[in-house]
Write a protein that binds this ligand. Structure first.
Ligand SMILES: Cc1ncc(COP(=O)(O)O)c(C=O)c1O
Length: 365
């Protein structure tokens, strides 16, 4: 099958595939954005045109996620990784500790950064089973008075997802949603801070979206480094310094694309269908394919599984590439294969991969 522009089915974990209509719009606007005679890349971030771009992007994100008025939406830089440091620097006072739930590689990195700042209590660590599941709320017991509770809603490398909003947490909830934001509706009021790098479900790398409740801003120490200060960033509407203008513009196009598609309920239904093609195939050939994540924790964004041998895995990857399916190699900590099938990844790509998996097992199983 040949795709428009000779594109391939790109299963990359991020940066990753973007919606073709968004790329086409960006192409059409590239040299002259809406008659302004210049590209968004060439435009002052203080211009009226860019003001409208950033304000529309924020309004559309608010509409998509139903973000209440007592939350700020910030467009920052430094990736989700900088949030691993900014969060404890701003919200972890000395003498207190924060609770961290670790369900995979990124949660672990968040812990490591927080430990450089202050006290951390790891209240769940899935290491014993090589990070193959998220805990049920009943399995969690929190510290007496944690400064906050941090978790990663979807672990991109392991393909482990909580698949629901947190329940009965006795402290502000801070969530790294980098790899599943906008993939399904979430109840924003269950969270004090949500953050996500743009380069999976939102747009090009370079932008980090932070959604935080107003009372969290009050907690930021008065003498914080300017670029690490949520209060200052909020007071300046994300324009304290030059923001990642191009990334914000493309993310705005993606938000518009999602709204046109019917919003997050519609997106969730499509994501379930796409993931279903792959998990159904894994389950139908259980002895040959082995899903990494436990059934209740399966990610609809990153499907991870292994084959019986390294040789078969290599053969699988080679054959997939020949059929226009790329970036399927799993991360070395899990091995095997990983299909990242974010919002913009087409349904046909999942059907094609499932068909290839079936043909492969018929030949080599
Ligand atoms: C869940 C999660 N958190 C954090 C990160 C780190 O993001 P960044 O590269 O934007 O710092 C990633 C990157 O893949 C991720 O998947």
């Amino acid at each position: 099958m040949s795709l428009p522009y000779d594109r391939v089915f790109n299963f990359s974990a991020g940066p990753c595939t973007l919606p073709v209509p968004v790329l086409e719009q960006a192409r059409d606007d590239l040299l002259n954005y809406q008659g302004k005679g210049m590209s968004v890349m060439e435009m002052s971030h203080r211009s009226k045109a860019f003001e409208s771009i950033i304000q529309t992007a924020e309004a559309d994100l608010r509409a998509l996620m139903a973000i209440p008025d007592n939350y700020k939406v910030l467009f920052l830089q430094g990736g989700a990784s900088l949030q691993f440091s900014m969060i404890p620097m701003c919200f972890l006072p000395s003498g207190q500790a924060a609770d961290y739930i670790v369900t995979g590689t990124w949660g672990k990195k968040a812990v490591e950064a927080a430990q450089l700042v202050g006290g951390v209590t790891v209240v769940f660590d899935g290491k014993a089973t090589n990070y193959d599941h998220a805990p049920r709320p009943s399995q969690l017991s929190y510290s007496e008075k944690p400064a906050y509770v941090h978790f990663t809603s979807n672990e991109t490398i392991q393909g482990v997802d909580f698949n629901k909003d947190p329940l009965n947490v006795p402290a502000p909830v801070i969530c790294d949603m980098s790899s599943n934001i906008l993939s399904r509706p979430v109840e924003v009021t269950k969270y004090s801070v949500i953050y996500a790098g743009a380069q999976k479900n939102m747009g090009p790398a370079g932008l980090t979206v932070v959604i935080l409740r107003d009372d969290m801003i009050e907690k930021v120490p008065k003498k914080m480094h300017p670029m690490l200060d949520y209060r200052l960033q909020a007071e300046n509407a994300s324009l304290y310094n030059t923001p990642p203008c191009w990334s914000i513009y493309v993310c705005g196009l993606v938000f518009q694309w999602l709204k046109d598609l019917g919003g997050l309920e519609a997106m969730e239904a499509i994501n379930e269908k796409k993931a279903g093609f792959l998990y159904d195939t894994i389950d139908a050939h259980e002895g040959f394919y082995r899903g990494h994540a436990a059934k209740g924790s399966r990610s609809k964004m990153n499907v991870t599984w292994t084959l019986p041998t390294e040789e078969l895995t290599e053969m699988f990857l080679k054959g997939a590439k020949a059929e226009g399916m790329e970036e399927l190699k799993g991360h070395r900590s899990v091995g095997g294969l990983r299909a990242s099938i974010y919002n913009a990844f087409p349904v046909e790509g999942c059907e094609a991969l499932a068909a290839y998996m079936k043909a492969f097992v018929a030949k080599h199983g």
